[in-house]
Design a protein around this ligand. Sequence first.
Ligand SMILES: Nc1ncnc2c1ncn2[C@@H]1O[C@H](COP(=O)(O)OP(=O)(O)OP(=O)(O)O)[C@@H](O)[C@H]1O
Length: 567
Amino acid sequence: MAHTRTATASAGDRLLLGTARHNAGRAAALALLAVASTGAALLLPVTLGHTLDLLLARRGADAGRWVALCALLVAGPAALDALTELLTGTTAARATARLRHRLLGHVLAAGPQATGRFPPGDLVTRLVGNAADTGTAPATLAHAAASVAGPVGGIVALGLIDPWLALAFLAGAPLLAALLHAFTRASTDCVARYQQLQGDIAGRLVEALDGARTIAAAGTAAREEARILRPLPGLSRQGHRMWRVQGRSTAQAGTLVPLLQITVLAVAGLRLSQGLLTVGDLLAASRYAVLATGVGMLVGHLNAAARARAAAARTAEVLAVPEVPYGERRLPPGPGTLELRGVSVVRGGRRVLHEVSVTVPGGTSLAVVGRSGSGKSVLAQAAGRLTDPDAGTVLLDGVPLPALRRDDLRRAVGHAFARPALLGGTVGGTIGFGAVTPGRKAREAAARAACAHDFVRRLPRGYDTPCADAPLSGGEAQRLGLARAFAHTGRLLILDDATSSLDTATERRVTAALHAAAAPTRVLIAHRVTTAASTDRVLWLHEGEVRALAPHAELWRDPQYRAVFDA
Ligand SMILES: Nc1ncnc2c1ncn2[C@@H]1O[C@H](COP(=O)(O)OP(=O)(O)OP(=O)(O)O)[C@@H](O)[C@H]1O
């Protein structure tokens, strides 16, 4: 566990540095601006000191130029700071945009594996909030690096005025360093836990929104609210802890910093009384002591860096989910023969499919039946490479699916699901959504075959109706999903419970269209007797294993087979 956390942290650190490196030019410009501003702040005390000495010596004529320089050293940093703010914002926005593009591309390339690994709400938090915090890294690191210039310059300036002043300061510096170190460690830890809890709450919230109907029907709104907000006390604890860490560090710094400044001033006073320093030197030393102890700014930057670091670790976890690799092989001409050889799939540490072997000759149909949880959907996913089996091979026309080029695979295999997602923008776009975009006629023909054409025509703008303006019943949505699959018919069509919400008459018509002449190879996850009966053969699964493979009529003689359908 500790090892995993360390690995994640270092992947996060690599991402953080990579993001900073990619914006190195802007980060360097930011650091330069900040250093220039600090440089002006460093010049100001000595200029003020000298001006004071000139005024005390009644050399007003000479002092005029120095007063003007003082004004410039005050106004200059203000202009530089405005420029710094602008560059900080645009650098973070640019880095965030790039990171979000990369993350989104990666999540989609990883496919269902990514959404299976992280609850959707948590994933969104990582893509939106954590990516933005990671995107602040280039500017934050530049500011943190530049903010060292103030204290370092302050110490050097003290040394130049009088080495004893620098030594007096350095005597107490280790305590200051220890304080900063403790602060960084503690704040990194609470920020990481805080972000994790935020992701947890977001995950629960999205689950609840997805199940809003069930919650309303069950009358469990109050209980659900309590469930969503359960991590809240933890969040509050981490928030309070963060404030405590900041408060403690501020209090410690609040004691230590004045002590260091007073020590420097005391030594400076001593040297003044010995005639080794002027009044102006004393004034400059007092301001340099403030600059040398400028931990306030450093603490702010370290805090921001801790947030970026924790966010980068969570972002890197998403990027660590492997993308689905595709091969280079083209699909040779063939009838669409699907072959599963010794396919086993493990889910949640349990074998849910065990050494399934079956060949579906090109152009034939196979129904997969079995009791709920027997592994039908998992088999459908493996057959269309929505998941890779843990053992065994799936081949299409003799080519193992992982060896195929992505385009070839997705053009050859079509899917329809029980709860299809309507992703095409409009109803027509939803039907056309795929590796290739079929023309209007082909879409309408597919909609007719899926018994969707009539209800689509009744929509306000027909096929051009935006999905958001087309509230659909479960059966209508399923028919659009089927139309999408029909419009992209390749060599293999996999229907995972895709007709479950259709009435019996519609289901018959859709099944008949599915089995019409020149149909591709078909795999149908079936709960209805009529669907199983319409296919060439039936694969009967029981607890992840093949119980039988035979035509429906043959299996029907077995009462246990009939019991699968409660017949
Ligand atoms: N991501 C997962 N993590 C853990 N277990 C899983 C996962 N996906 C599926 N399973 C389990 O694998 C088994 C087979 O699931 P599958 O969805 O294939 O069943 P099914 O036969 O299609 O059921 P149904 O007819 O109810 O849809 C089930 O016991 C299920 O709980």
